[in-house]
Design a protein around this ligand. Structure first.
Ligand code: AMP
Ligand code: ZN
Length: 428
């Protein structure tokens, strides 16, 4: 059941002691970098975990401004890998690793996969992107460490994905949730019965926001268990937090990061259970420790003991990012609210986009949605009924009346990487 039993079963007191010790080690290492040398000037350690509140935060802008080498905390001779986050404006953020960082990260991702039930007898198909993006390579190293036969297919080319699945009896896949739904369409088009003709049992889904309803849809369609996998390249990549078989929250590996939840406006630390912005301090990173890094991801900490036995606290599914909130005529809406409503309606299709535009000085929210041919009757009346159902349920969830436009299956734009759902066409 456990990949690193002693660490995974550490009790809370031991974990807190370990964390205090390692936060102080991280402060020391971080001060070898140009950025933290200034930022942590006069600060050498904290005396207890409460003391973390007195340390300054680190933001994505700090990472950008310190481009290219401002966060490197080790000699270049010790740094072996660079990754970069998918930024759309300004300098990208870069992240460095030593060989030890890479090895720790591989163990961390092996721990996640083992927790979900993957074993060395499994065949693992990695459909995540390889390269500067950490999704593919992160779990690749973990999967090999775990001993799975690893197929580094990478993203896209759905027919080839299915070909590998069929011929090599793939049992575990690592996949973007949006791509899992698209891939299913290809499987159907190829007249393959996913439950009978393929051998899939487990999927690791993550790297992008998705709802519980979307997970359920993936589990039902494929007849598998899908585990939510959370990570970000600034901390390492996938492997930071992962669901155990209880599937009600993601264990944050607290020997690797110290999590906090803060109010994104006041930056006050919130108690476990309250929703706010997730903040991480790394505990073992050598090439690039981060102190109180503001992830912009919104969630809450679940501190109740998990029945799997692990004491590493869990976070709830990410509900949005501080920067993806849409304001429609003054009403705050997160895209995930729209997704969970759509996914709960069987006749609604699997792919959608959200467009926001201006009409007569008012904001308009339009949802373009594919129809699920299997569950849809097909008459004009049925279509109108479905439209009203969607309008009503969305109005209840988000407090705004959206326009619903149905489009043909397969006609919406698709990305090879993370899905882009929101298109804000308002004049800025
Ligand atoms: P990147 O560093 O480019 O891989 O992007 C990391 C970001 O992707 C995170 O900060 C989250 O906003 C998002 N993300 C990653 N995994 C998940 C997940 N399981 N659920 C929701 N959002 C996720
Ligand atoms: Zn658990």
């Amino acid at each position: 059941m456990f990949w690193q039993k002693e660490i995974e079963l550490m009790d809370t007191d031991a974990l807190r002691k370990f964390q205090l010790e390692h936060i102080n080690k991280s402060i020391k290492t971080a001060k070898n970098s140009q950025f933290y040398k200034k930022q942590l000037d006069g600060i050498d350690k904290i005396d207890n975990l409460e003391g973390i509140k007195n340390l300054p935060f680190t933001t994505k802008e700090d990472l950008r401004n310190a481009f290219p080498y401002g966060f490197l905390a080790t000699d270049l001779k010790n740094a072996v890998r660079l990754h970069s986050s998918s930024g759309t404006t300004g300098n990208p953020t870069v992240v460095f690793h030593t060989a030890e960082d890479i090895s720790n990260w591989a163990n961390l991702s092996a721990r996640c996969m083992y927790t979900a039930g993957a074993r060395n007898t499994d065949v693992f198909q990695n459909t995540m992107g390889y390269g500067l993006f950490t999704g593919g390579i992160g779990f690749h190293y973990g999967a090999e460490k775990l001993g799975m036969l690893t197929i580094p297919v990478g993203p896209g080319n759905s027919k080839r994905q299915v070909w590998f699945m069929q011929n090599f009896r793939t049992s575990v896949m690592h996949i973007l949730p949006s791509y899992a739904l698209r891939l299913y369409r290809t499987i159907e088009e190829m007249n393959i019965n996913v439950k009978k003709d393929l051998n899939l049992k487990i999927a690791f889904i993550g790297a992008e926001p998705h709802s519980e309803e979307m997970r359920k849809k993936i589990e039902e369609l494929y007849g598998i268990k899908a585990f939510n996998s959370y990570g970000l390249s600034e901390i390492c990549g996938p492997g930071v937090a992962f669901e155990c078989p209880c599937q009600n929250g993601l264990h944050v590996w607290e020997d690797f990061v110290y999590p906090e939840i803060v109010d994104p406006k006041t930056l006050e630390v919130l108690p476990d259970g309250r929703e706010g912005e997730l903040v991480f301090t790394t505990l073992q990173r050598q090439a690039m420790p981060l102190i109180r890094y503001r992830t912009r991801d919104l969630t809450r900490i679940i501190s109740e003991k998990c029945s799997c036995g692990r004491n590493h606290r869990k976070i709830a599914r990410i509900t949005g990012r501080t920067d993806d909130m849409m304001i429609i005529n003054g009403v705050n809406i997160f895209p995930i609210q729209i997704e969970k409503t759509i996914m709960a309606i069987p006749e609604a299709g699997k792919n959608y986009i959200i467009e926001i535009f201006e009409q007569n000085y008012m904001d308009k929210l339009c949802i373009k949605l594919e129809i699920n041919n299997e569950n849809f009757g097909g008459t004009l009346q049925d279509l109108e009924k479905l439209q009203h159902k969607l309008e009503n349920e969305l109005k209840q969830e988000i407090g705004v009346s959206p326009l619903i436009k149905f489009v043909d299956a397969g006609s919406l734009p698709v990305e090879e990487g993370k899905a882009k759902r929101v298109f804000d066409l308002r004049k800025k």
